[in-house]
Design a protein. Structure first.
Length: 130
């Protein structure tokens, strides 16, 4: 750290405002996803944090510095009301939207032929026809 002058950003993947917002606010508040589990697990395995300390920190939401959410709202060109509305919208999944997935499943044999001829990669076939 001293050799290169590196400084801790205050959180794992907080090196830019977008990732800091997503990890510290959007994922935990809107979706109930706390990425600190992964970060803390690594710190525990390396001996830099105790399991008890991690469990204690996970009892509260990640700390967001004062004014940061207002800054994000401004950068997104939203009003506070628009932002709050977005945060309160129901959580959706890919299943809530129309896709061509059933088309690929229904035409699996055609895609298998394309795979056998080398016209599509195996990863495409496996991903879209199952």
């Amino acid at each position: 750290m001293d050799t290169f002058g590196w400084q801790w950003y205050g959180g794992h993947h907080f090196e830019n405002d977008y990732t800091r917002f997503v990890k510290s606010h959007l994922l935990p508040v809107k979706f109930g996803i706390d990425k600190r589990y992964v970060e803390f697990s690594a710190l525990i395995r390396s001996g830099n944090m105790s399991r008890e300390q991690a469990l204690e920190e996970l009892k509260t939401l990640p700390i967001v510095e004062r004014g940061f959410i207002d800054y994000v709202i401004k950068r997104l060109n939203l009003t506070k009301e628009q932002f709050d509305h977005i945060m309160k919208l129901p959580i959706k999944s890919h299943n809530d939207y129309e896709t061509y997935h059933q088309y690929f499943i229904d035409n699996r044999e055609i895609f298998k032929e394309l795979l056998d001829k080398g016209s599509i990669p195996k990863t495409f076939y496996e991903k879209y026809t199952k």
